[in-house]
Structures are given as C-alpha cells and as structure tokens.
Write a protein that binds this ligand. Structure first.
Ligand SMILES: [Zn+2]
Ligand SMILES: [Zn+2]
Ligand SMILES: [Zn+2]
Length: 137
C-alpha cells in the first residue's frame, strides 16, 4: 500500500464530521478523509478549505444558509462524493455528477445509489423496479 499524504481537517465542525462519516454506512470505502481529499485543491497536501459546516465553499454559513441552521449544501456535496467513491451500481465506473437523475433509490439499503443514465434501466431491473421506480409485483 502506498502512503498517502495526511489529511488536515481544518475548521470542519464535529457535526459535519459526523454527517460525513455516516457515508461509510452506505458507500464502501467512504470516509471523512476521503471527503476532504475529494474537495481538496491540492491532492499532494489535502486540507479542508471549505466552511465549518462541511460545504466546500469557505463562505457557506451566513451566505448559503442561516448560520444557526443545518447546512443545506452538505447533502448535495456528500452525494457527489459518495457517487465518486462508489461508482455506478451497475458498471462500477465513476459517476461524475450528483444530479438526481443519476441516482436510483435502493429501498433495501435506504440509500440513493449512483448510476449512469445509460445504466439506469439495468439498475432498476436489479432492484426489481419498473421505469417509474415502483416495485414490480
Ligand atoms: Zn454551502
Ligand atoms: Zn453550509
Ligand atoms: Zn454505469
């Protein structure tokens, strides 16, 4: 195994770390360090440069949302990271965007699974769902 540069977590809040760490329950290999690496500007010295709430934009709280409220960006940015970390559920190649059209909902895992638009019919078939995402009786 090659040694990877240590990740610096900067101002990432405990609440944000907890949310980000939770990704590992539905994405194999996902981690807080992986999330920081994914959004880091310099892969050789991965450091968190985003806001404390977990948004990669360093001016999120007070700009993207009320500072007293939960971060609304995190769900999207985590989804994007999760897609990159796990790859398409059908072909396993990376899925580039967190666009909802690139996900299918797996009820058994209670998770959005990344999938390419081309792979979507196969993914629905794997999950026993019809085109509208309804279970096939
Ligand atoms: Zn934000
Ligand atoms: Zn935020
Ligand atoms: Zn695919």
């Amino acid at each position: 195994m090659t040694a990877r540069p240590a990740v610096r977590y900067g101002n990432l809040s405990p609440a944000a770390r907890e949310s980000i760490g939770g990704t590992r329950y539905y994405v194999d290999g996902a981690s807080i360090a992986g999330y920081v690496r994914y959004w880091a500007h310099d892969p050789a010295a991965p450091a968190w440069t985003g806001d404390r709430c977990g948004c990669p934009d360093d001016r999120c709280a007070g700009f993207h949302h009320d500072p007293d409220r939960e971060c609304g960006c995190l769900e999207t940015t985590l989804g994007e990271y999760a897609a990159a970390a796990s790859g398409c559920m059908v072909c396993r190649r990376p899925v580039e965007s967190a666009n909802v059209a690139r996900h299918v909902f797996d009820r058994a895992r209670m998770a959005l699974m990344p999938v390419h638009p081309d792979c979507r019919p196969a993914a629905l078939a794997m999950l026993g769902l019809d085109e509208d995402g309804r279970p096939i009786p």
